[in-house]
Each structure stands twice: as structure tokens, then as C-alpha cells.
Design a protein around this ligand. Sequence first.
Ligand code: ADP
Ligand code: MG
Length: 238
Amino acid sequence: MSSSWVLEAEGISSGYAGLKVVDGVSLRLGRGEVLVVLGPNGSGKSTLLKALFGLLPLMEGRLRLMGRWLEKPEPEGMVRMGVGYVPQVDNVFPSLTVRENLEMGAFGVRDWRRRMKNVIELFPELQKKLDLPALNLSGGERQMLALARALMAQPEVLLLDEPSAGLAPGMVKRVMGRIEEVRKTGVAVLLVEQNVRSALQIADRGFIMAGGRKVFEGTPEEILSHRDMGRIYFGMRG
Ligand SMILES: Nc1ncnc2c1ncn2[C@@H]1O[C@H](COP(=O)(O)OP(=O)(O)O)[C@@H](O)[C@H]1O
Ligand SMILES: [Mg+2]
């Protein structure tokens, strides 16, 4: 039986060298959907993405991709099956040019020249900088390049770890707008974000993590009106 979900996790736990960080998280991501993962620092959001991409072993639970249960998720296989991952840091090669970064992302893509053209249409700010080393880009441009690079492989699912971290508010908006454009092309996005309001503006649903567990899930409206949001994020009383 195939499933309408592109990515499903069933009670997954993961972590580092026997230390369980993510504890029994389940989620489902539909085609062209944006699912936002919120939660304070250290709550396990990055660890969850790494586990979903096969960078960390699953201690418990299982993953299903395009309706198929995965025996042993690992990054190379995930990329082949249509998953792209943009890590929180070190997501471009600084000494390589923008063009070279994009080419690296196209590894294994047959019609990569046309793909590059399409991706640059979506990220026009990269056009003039194609021959510059990525280290010459601004923070915002670098995040755009990281997204563009992930898109070169024509993924159906994108795992994005805080793509707007450290950016000025105007640039945060632009990055979110671009993710929305990507989603319109049918790509499903699992988006980890600290910019809660900006992320919820483009999200279909979201959930909050605390201490490695999913503590609340809902629509953007439900999350914003959740009375414990302040306490979860800032340790406020009441
Ligand atoms: N490479 C690592 N080795 C050991 N522990 C780690 C490693 N990376 C993260 N952790 C721990 O896992 C927990 C969750 O981290 P992380 O997933 O990065 O949280 P978030 O992305 O929500 O800020 C933290 O307690 C952190 O110290
Ligand atoms: Mg993180």
C-alpha cells in the first residue's frame, strides 16, 4: 500500500553515542506541505533532522519515505530517494564558487544544466555571483545558496535546519518567502525555526519540542494561542 505522506516517522528516538536526545517522536509530512518544528535551544530539533536524514542511527522507531519503510536510513540513500538536507551550519563550501556549490548539489542529476537554470530563476540574487567564492556572499545570500544547492538534486522532501538564523528581519522574510515558492513547486518542507512568527506564517502545521519530545502539535493559530508557549520558550511563569 502506498501512502499519501512523503515522510513519516513513527516513534523515533536518536542521539549520540548511546545518549538518547530525541525521544519517541512521530510525524507525518504530506506532499507540498510545510511542517514547522519549534522549541527552545537544546530541545533536540537538529538531532531530529539528523536522525530523519540518516546521519544518526535510530535507537527506536522507524521511518517511511514515499510510502516505503526504510531498513537502514543513511544519507546517500536518502538523497537518492528524494530527500534534501540543509544543516544549521557549514551548509555551503566557502572556498568554492557559487556555481561550483550548485554543481556539487547536482551530483547524479542527469540534466543538471537545465536544473541549474531553473534553480537560479528561483534564486535570482545568485545569478551575478556565480563566479564568486561562497565566502564573499552575505549571510542571507549564503542561506539562499544553501537552499538552492539542496534543490539542485530535485528533492521531494527538504529538511531545513534554521535557514533564517542570524539574519536581519527583512532577510528572514525573504528566506521564508523563498521557502514558500519552493513549496509551491510541490516540495514538502520540514522546517526547524527559531523565528517562530515568520515560520508559522508559511506553515501548514507545526509542533513544539522540549526535552527531545514533541509536546504540542497544531495549526499555526493553535500554536500561537497555546498558553504555554511563553513558558516553554522563555521559562516564564503563568
Ligand atoms: N554532537 C553531539 N554530541 C553529543 N551531544 C550532542 C551533540 N549535538 C547535540 N548534542 C546534545 O543534544 C541536545 C539537543 O541538541 P540539538 O538537537 O542541537 O538541539 P536544538 O537543535 O533543538 O537546539 C543538547 O543537549 C546537545 O547538547
Ligand atoms: Mg539546532
